[in-house]
Design a protein around this ligand. Structure first.
Ligand code: Z5A
Length: 212
């Protein structure tokens, strides 16, 4: 049907441990939404293409050392530098599928021992997702998938603490999908949840900000 003038895109966020399958699912979701005629883009954080993103990338590759709070604020700044573009895309009717967002920021930094409320503070005022999907997998099962590479956080003990942080962070609005199911089954469940969200946003659900 014809698009109403107030129809906006949906902000959809995928979260989960390293190797849970976010990247695979984001690309499947992107092509299925495109095929059904939706305006949609796939984004990811960290966005390693910006100046801040390059500092983050070098930190993750263990090529540079940064204080825990300093890197936390860089991850947040990396989202702030994309905020206005994000808002204009959504308002112009483009849905965004985002691989990691503020929840990763809080989960990973609080897993290092930083206070969770302190971690949330710099995220206040960023756009709140219309939907957060958590792809659930145990740290042990995730580690079995192709093994970890050399990046800083790719260690079992650390991923266990991240999983605990995510448990504290998640609320009743999050949708949880069993990420150990076959890729096609995860894809099907994800598509259904996302389609419903895209429709609701198109019908004029207002944009809101973190933390709701
Ligand atoms: N970080 C942070 O600290 N603060 C922040 O604010 C943000 C991030 C935003 C880099 O992220 C690190 O930054 C990340 C968090 C931290 N550290 N960790 N850990 P990244 O986005 O660059 O990297 P990543 O998200 O952790 O990892 P990834 O390698 O991109 O994993 P993935 O996207 O979840 O998974 P995948 O590539 O789709 O799949 C992994 C493998 O599993 C692959 O071989 C697949 O074929 C396989 N797979 C996928 N699905 C299945 C199913 N269903 N069954 C079996 N096998 C599967």
């Amino acid at each position: 049907g014809s698009k109403k003038s107030d129809s906006r895109g949906a902000l959809i966020v995928l979260e989960g441990l390293d190797r849970c399958g976010k990247t695979s699912q984001c690309s499947r979701l992107l092509s299925s939404l495109e095929k059904s005629g939706h305006a949609v883009e796939s984004w990811r954080f960290p966005d390693r293409n910006t100046g801040v993103g390059q500092m983050i990338s070098s930190y993750l590759a263990n090529d540079s050392h940064l204080d825990d709070r300093a890197i936390h604020l860089l991850f947040s700044a990396n989202r702030w530098e994309k905020r206005s573009l994000m808002e204009s895309k959504l308002r112009s009717g483009t849905s965004l599928i985002v691989d990691r967002y503020s929840f990763s920021g809080v989960a990973f930094s609080s897993a290092k021992g930083l206070d969770m409320e302190w971690c949330k503070a710099p995220e206040v005022g960023l756009l709140a997702p219309d939907l957060v999907v958590y792809l659930e997998i145990s740290p042990e099962q995730a580690a079995e998938r192709g093994g970890y590479g050399g990046e800083r956080y790719e260690k079992l003990e650390f991923q266990k603490r991240v999983a605990e942080s995510y448990k504290t962070l998640r609320d009743a609005t999050w949708k949880i999908i069993d990420a150990t199911l076959p890729i096609e089954d995860v894809e099907k469940q994800l598509r259904e949840i996302v389609m419903e969200c895209v429709l609701t946003c198109g019908e004029g659900k207002p944009l809101s900000e973190l933390w709701p």
